[in-house]
Design a protein around this ligand. Sequence first.
Ligand SMILES: [Zn+2]
Length: 374
Amino acid sequence: MKKSPLFIYTTRMGAYYHLTPFNQQSLNLDTCLISAGDFFHMENTLNKLQSETNISFRQYINQENKTLYMTSIDSYKIKCVEGQSNQDGVKISQLEGIKPITNQQYNKLARLINPEILVSLTEQPGMEAGQKSMKRSYQKSAKFLKESLDELKDTQISIYGAIQGGLDTDLKIIAAEEQKFAIDYPNFRGFTLYGFNKGSSWQDKEDALSVLQSIYDGYNLSYILAGYGDILSILWGMSWGIEGFEVEEPFRFAQDLKVILIPNFDAKDNDIEQFSGDKINFYELEGKKIKYMNFPINSDVKENVPLNPDCQCFACKNHTKLYISHLVECKEMNAQVLLTIHNTHQYQKLQQKLQEMQNQKQLNQWIRWFLQQL
Ligand SMILES: [Zn+2]
């Protein structure tokens, strides 16, 4: 992975695209999640772009110089992949509803989009399904992975398998074992992990991840945590060796008119030295919460001050809570734009800090210190 941690920002529901190029530039995000279902109907356009113009896909969507991450599953959609009896494909949520696609079409789209990272197509088993039918969908996902590794081996695309199974360790083992053949492929990089949802217990997450990592112990794989990308999951995941995170929380919060309030990131050297450098245990995260503020705010506390006076983002440097409150009351979309800018800025700072602490080999110490502030 080019950068660790890698925060992979979602693009759904206009959460990212609704920013003007000016706003996007000032955010300086270096990744973009491409939800495959959004682009199946555009195959002709993408083909034309490639054959008749010099415009690449990433120029077309205004995401030049970004790491593109293409996946069939994105958590903004309620259910984006459905199983079907046909072994060649799945049904996927697209512009015109849920429609069947084959893995060949998925790989062809990947070739047109040419992302840095492709998560192989996967069938999401219904959690109510029995173990037998789960196993069938894992076998199908393993077949998709193998096909992508073969069909795209002449490209620069790094391919990740998808590990499903919720937090059920038995199912995670089946999903992992089915895809073990992939370690022999040079274009295989690791796995995107599903089912580590917000709200499940830290102990369950820890159990599921340790089982998975023990299966691939000794192989140099990289892991990406799918889903919401809340800050505590990122801290936990970093401590456990996960390098990439799908991130939608800053956008989702902005849509819900929530402002992320993070305590100071900067510890003094002697502050963190007292903490242990061991992996974070599940019980250390229990009861911890990141604070946020919710608009609309009461009229008597509408202050003419920034969201956070210490924040250096465009929203905080140029606007006040009072003004954003006004935008909220007028149902003006700029409120969400400004909150997106602020929330995303917090993630950028977190990413920098984690990188810095990792380089200094003080990651776990810093995370422990940070958790004490919550
Ligand atoms: Zn700010």
